[in-house]
Design a protein around this ligand. Structure first.
Ligand SMILES: Cc1ncc(COP(=O)(O)O)c(C=O)c1O
Length: 407
């Protein structure tokens, strides 16, 4: 058997799609013009698939901070913090993040993926239990592969099922760590954190919340779903990323646990990888200030979420269960998904196509992520174009639903 033979079925499907000129995983952004536009295939294209929730990638103050840090301290750190030392800015960012959440400790990682894998797989080991939501991100599933703890999955966003599974463990020795996301990345739905936290605490388990899609998006001060659901003082660990709202790359974990800093000498994805460069740390520090100083960006984001979600719903699409920074449109099958995705791109609109096994319940999704910088006109155009394509391909009836109902 050849090295890649086990991927033969996938390779064949990928080859067929590419031969038809459809390559959702190989899109080249020839030039990114702003948080909401890029040149793709030589065409000016509206970006609705970037996770750039507040549009901070082009924020002048963040760019200036990154440029100044590069000039002052160079392009990279060229090593890990335990072997090659921390820059003062790494430590400053950790203090600022801890303060932002009101926690004692913070660790910065080189990606959000590493923050999840590193933290989760180090916190629990042999004899412990890692209890995760079934719709968890790949980084949480990879953490499961890297720990000797027993893995238990509970039904997505179902505190009753979590309760049942924790009850079954009874007084079994070993620590129990429950891991959920604040906002789920595929459907944009929020976790019922208050209920999940109550169940977790009732059974003496620890709670870790991945706020990758909720930092700067949810909560009065942008501190995520833990703030929105009022559990900031009860959650044990918050993990997140700099690659979405904060417009850069990197990840973090915060906690009040007195021994949290031990992770610095036990977590391999922190210890054995180069630390973030000065430019990234500087732009993230500035982006965190912008999140706190400009709540109007969050309000604009939610205005845009309402506009796109309501626009799609009125057009007759089946959507994710609730409004969130990700608006997911259900499509009937992979072939239709590929056709709709390609037609959108040909019409100057870029979204993400999500297919099994990356999606919950093997659904096919057009995953649209909203940006505070989208204009009403851009979003209305996206609704119009997708509706036209969906009618053309038989996903929606030819007559607009409301007109059909009236007739
Ligand atoms: C829920 C969730 N957690 C973690 C990550 C990883 O973040 P990063 O891009 O910083 O590696 C992502 C990114 O897609 C995510 O959606």
């Amino acid at each position: 058997m050849g090295l890649f033979d086990r991927h033969a079925a996938l390779a064949e499907r990928y080859r067929t799609a590419r031969q038809a000129g459809i390559d959702p995983v190989g899109v080249e952004m020839q030039r990114v013009l702003s948080p909401t536009e890029a040149i793709i295939n030589g065409k000016r294209t509206i970006l609705v698939g970037t996770n750039n929730y507040l549009g901070l990638t082009f924020d002048k103050s963040c760019i200036d901070a990154a440029v100044a840090a590069t000039i002052a301290e160079g392009t990279g750190t060229t090593g890990s913090r335990i072997a090659n030392g921390s820059y003062s800015e790494h430590e400053a960012l950790e203090r600022e993040l801890a303060q932002f959440f009101g926690f004692r400790h913070c660790m910065v990682f080189s990606t959000g993926f590493q923050a999840n894998v590193g933290t989760i797989a180090t916190l629990v080991g042999e004899g412990d239990y890692l209890v995760i939501d079934a719709d968890s991100h790949a980084s949480i599933y990879d953490a499961c592969k890297m720990t000797a703890a027993t893995i238990i999955r509970f039904r997505h966003n179902d505190p009753t099922d979590l309760d049942k599974r924790l009850r079954r463990l009874g007084d079994a020795p070993g620590n129990k760590l429950v891991v959920v996301e604040g906002v789920y990345s595929m459907l944009g739905d929020k976790a019922p954190l208050k209920e999940i936290c109550a169940v977790t605490k009732k059974h003496g388990a620890y709670l870790l919340v991945d706020e990758a899609h909720s930092l700067g998006v949810c909560g009065e001060k942008g501190r995520g779903m833990v703030e929105e659901d009022g559990i900031l003082d009860q959650v044990d660990f918050i993990v997140g990323t700099f690659s979405k709202t904060l417009g850069a790359v990197g990840g973090y974990a915060v906690s009040n646990h007195p021994d949290f800093d031990l992770l610095r000498v036990t977590t391999r994805p922190y210890m054995f990888t180069a630390s973030l460069p000065p430019s990234i740390i500087a732009s993230v520090r500035q982006a965190l200030r912008v999140v706190q100083a400009r709540p109007e960006l969050r309000q604009k984001l939610w205005h845009n979420v309402n506009t796109l979600y309501d626009g799609f719903a009125n057009a007759g699409f089946t959507l994710g269960p609730e409004k969130g920074p990700v608006v997911a449109v259900h499509l009937p099958d992979v072939d239709t998904g590929l056709a709709v995705w390609k037609a959108l791109l040909d019409n100057g609109i870029y979204v993400n196509l999500a297919v099994p096994p990356a999606t919950p319940n093997s659904t096919v999704l057009l995953r649209c992520s909203i940006c505070a910088a989208h204009s009403d006109e851009q979003l209305a155009h996206v609704v119009d174009v997708l509706s036209g394509i969906a009618q053309e391909l038989g996903v929606l009836p030819r007559e607009p639903l409301r007109a059909a109902a009236a007739g």
